[in-house]
Design a protein around this ligand. Structure first.
Ligand code: SF4
Ligand code: SF4
Length: 368
């Protein structure tokens, strides 16, 4: 068995369903990224514009000067439903969603589990230790788990893990797009994998047709300023009023462009990898209860979850918007009464001006 084969086998043993090796050459779509920045599609994510970040994205050797190859790894995670939505409607109006009851929010699948930034780096370290043992020497390296300036989908495509779909996600024929990516830049030579050249989207346009905010651009990039994932996770300030009704009941992330993708059918049918466990109460939280969260409870409840990134203010803001949207879908009289009471309370006395402003909007949307 060659060194490369031994490393790939060990990576699979560690739980990486997908693994490949690519060169440290500049990523093929770097110019697309530059054009995307120039067009301001990155919204308020100013950290993407910094010279250092752009230099590193444009050339992996700027990160690790003696980089000889890049190991690209993918972990499959379970999708949020056991079957895709048929028509892209917000789950608020779908009664067949598991665990769904009215006045509950939805959370992007990747955020159901413990924050992968907390455990994936340990897996990578274990793999690096194995590589060094096999190589019989210290190997210079740098590890990333969506944690640094690297165009990881480009590298994953070049390492043979899949293609970049029209929904902008990396898609693997077997595992679909519900994949966490990680990379190890290495200062040793390994055998380079065959790139994934095919575009298996074909004439399909489902993701573009069902995206509620029409933010998927023809060149396989997103207008982040309109994407629900950006609005509910990254945006710290006011959500533009015209976009709020389109958010439905998503309160952290959005899976719609993955739910409708035919390449995810298999993973929906199988329920994904079984090493993740999810509880419906966590997946579809009671929005009225979320409005009562104080900072301490939020920190405690979400301390190991990706949701902590939104901070209490952003997360409750999202819950308030979702509640306003659900009130437009004819809840029962009892649900409406409870929701209106909670929104009045939030509009008057929430410690965050951001939450108070969005609660006032939600009341207005509910006709109050
Ligand atoms: S995550 Fe949601 S809002 Fe963003 S592109 Fe996909 S469907 Fe559209
Ligand atoms: S929904 Fe269709 S067009 Fe969009 S990524 Fe999937 S296969 Fe490609």
């Amino acid at each position: 068995m060659t060194l490369t084969q031994a490393i790939l086998t060990e990576a699979r043993r560690l739980g990486f369903a997908l693994v490949g090796v690519t060169t440290p050459d500049p990523p093929p779509h770097y110019q697309v990224f530059e054009d995307w920045l120039k067009a301001g599609r990155h919204a308020e994510m100013a950290y993407l514009e910094s010279l250092r970040s752009r230099q590193r994205r444009s050339d992996p050797r700027q990160i690790l000067p003696d980089c000889r190859c890049i190991l690209v790894l993918g972990i499959s995670y379970p999708p949020s439903l056991d079957k895709p939505l048929q028509n892209g409607l917000p789950a608020s109006v779908k009664q067949d969603v598991p665990g769904f009851t009215p006045l509950r929010g939805q959370i992007g699948s990747y955020a159901w589990q413990e924050d992968y930034h907390l455990w994936l780096p340990h897996q990578l370290k274990t793999l690096v230790a194995f590589i060094e043992k096999q190589a019989g020497k210290t190997v210079s390296h740098a590890c990333y788990t969506d944690s640094g300036p690297i165009l990881e989908r480009d590298l994953a495509q070049r390492a043979g893990l899949g293609w970049i779909g029209k929904n902008t996600q990396l898609i693997n024929p077997q595992y679909g797009s519900f994949i966490l990516l990680a990379e190890i830049l290495l200062g040793i030579e390994l055998e380079i994998s065959t790139p994934f050249e095919a575009d298996r989207c074909g004439t399909c346009q489902r993701c573009q047709e069902t995206c509620p905010t029409a933010c998927i651009l023809p060149n396989r990039t997103l207008d982040a300023s309109r994407c629900i994932s950006y609005l509910t996770i990254e945006l710290r300030s006011i959500i533009p009023a015209e976009l709020r009704p389109l958010i439905g009941n998503w309160i952290f992330g959005c899976d719609i462009c993955q739910q409708v993708c035919p390449w995810n059918r298999r993973i929906f049918a199988s329920g994904g990898e079984k090493n993740f466990s999810c509880q419906s109460e966590k997946l579809y939280p009671d929005l009225i209860e979320l409005l009562t969260l104080d900072a301490e409870t939020f920190s405690h409840r979400y301390k190991n979850s990706p949701i902590k990134r939104a901070k209490r203010e952003g997360f409750v803001r999202n819950a308030v918007v979702a509640l306003g949207n659900l009130l437009a879908h004819n809840p029962t009289h009892e649900q409406r009464t409870r929701a209106i009471q909670a929104l009045h309370k939030a509009a008057q006395s929430d410690p965050s001006p951001l939450v108070r402003a969005h609660a006032a909007w939600a009341l207005d949307r509910a006709g109050e």
